[in-house]
Design a protein around this ligand. Structure first.
Ligand code: ASN
Ligand code: ZN
Ligand code: CA
Length: 329
């Protein structure tokens, strides 16, 4: 689904060979997508860094030892996320104003994180363990950029239940971006960070079909869920999204086998991820507020499903059933 009118070639670490916006010749500046630029922090931890420029229009070599490689991944991730917002959500950039954020790579030394920052309107990526696994995979880029989208819409407060919903929104949209790209090795999955080897043993950072597989996340809502770290209280909402998209039980998608349980032992049939993310986005941008928790997210998504597909539609009923299946009634 990803196309570029530009001619730059990116040899990424995680997404194979891709096309990049590189105008004027040659810099990492995507003029077709709000002028999104990618900068080199070169180990620094502040400031904007230096815009990536090049004498040829080939960027990176697929290896983290080449410092353009992480830049190619980050630049590509921002472009696909931009296209996903535009073509799937009908949104012109993070704020809906056609203006791009920017990306910074090579933050610090062996820094194992990536983050969005409202104050710079930018995304930042560390180089990961041993500086060999930069945090620039497509799902992570989509996750970070979607923190900007959440800030521009519901602005879910980053603590308690609203914080879990903020995190889940980034996982839901980051995952949706990965499926949308369907490019080369990015076939799409319901795992977060499966390519960055953040645990050193090949396992992903998070699992949407059964979030507790990470050892920390909750599968279901309970009164105590809001006391968890936001990256674990996101679990029930990620699980909701998986169940709404794909249904319960065992399912193999693009070679990955999932097994998604339900709180009430109900059997669910999914409505497909495209309808699911359209419902989530409409809820986020129309009905959720900074203090929305799980109960409010249920109401918001039911209102969104009603707007999009009709109250009492199969989609509306599937939303209600998926919330019940994670113990939100
Ligand atoms: N990578 C993390 C995230 O986007 C950074 C953080 O904890 N805010 O959630
Ligand atoms: Zn996050
Ligand atoms: Ca993934």
């Amino acid at each position: 689904a990803y196309e570029s009118i530009e001619t730059g070639v990116g040899n990424t670490e995680y997404s194979g060979q891709v096309t990049l916006g590189t105008a004027p010749s040659y810099s990492l500046n995507d003029t077709a997508r709000g002028g999104h630029k990618t900068y080199d922090l070169a180990g620094g931890t502040s400031g904007t860094g230096t815009l990536f420029t090049n004498s040829t229009d080939v960027w990176g070599n697929g290896l983290a030892t080449n410092r353009e490689t992480a830049a190619a991944d980050a630049h590509y991730g921002a472009a696909v996320t931009w296209d996903f917002y535009k073509n799937e959500l009908g949104r012109n950039g993070i704020r809906g104003d056609g203006v791009a954020a920017y990306s910074r790579v090579h933050y610090g030394n062996a820094y194992v994180n990536a983050f969005w920052d409202d104050s710079c309107f930018c995304m930042t990526y560390g180089d990961g363990t041993g500086n060999t696994h930069p945090l620039t995979s497509l799902d992570v880029a989509g996750h970070e950029m979607s923190h900007g989208l959440t800030s521009s819409t519901a602005n879910l407060r980053y603590s308690g239940e609203s914080g879990g919903l903020n995190e889940a929104t980034s996982d839901i949209l980051g995952t949706s971006v990965e499926f949308y790209a369907a490019n080369g090795s990015d076939v799409g999955d319901y795992l977060i960070g499966e390519k960055i080897d953040i645990n050193g043993n090949g396992t992903p950072l998070r699992y949407m079909d059964k979030p507790s597989k990470d050892g920390k996340s909750a599968d279901y809502w309970s009164k105590s869920v809001g006391r968890l770290n936001v990256h674990y209280s996101s679990g029930p909402a990620n699980h909701f999204f998986y169940l709404l998209s794909e249904g319960s039980g065992t399912k193999t998608i693009n070679g990955v086998t999932y097994n998604s349980p339900t709180y009430d032992s109900s059997t669910l049939t999914g409505i497909g991820r495209q309808k699911a993310y359209k419902i989530w986005y409409k809820a986020l941008s129309t009905y959720m507020t900074s203090s929305t928790g799980y109960s409010g997210a249920r109401t918001a998504t039911l209102s969104a499903a009603s707007d999009l597909y009709g109250s009492g539609s199969a989609e509306y009923n599937a939303v209600a059933a998926a919330w019940k299946a994670i113990n939100v009634k």
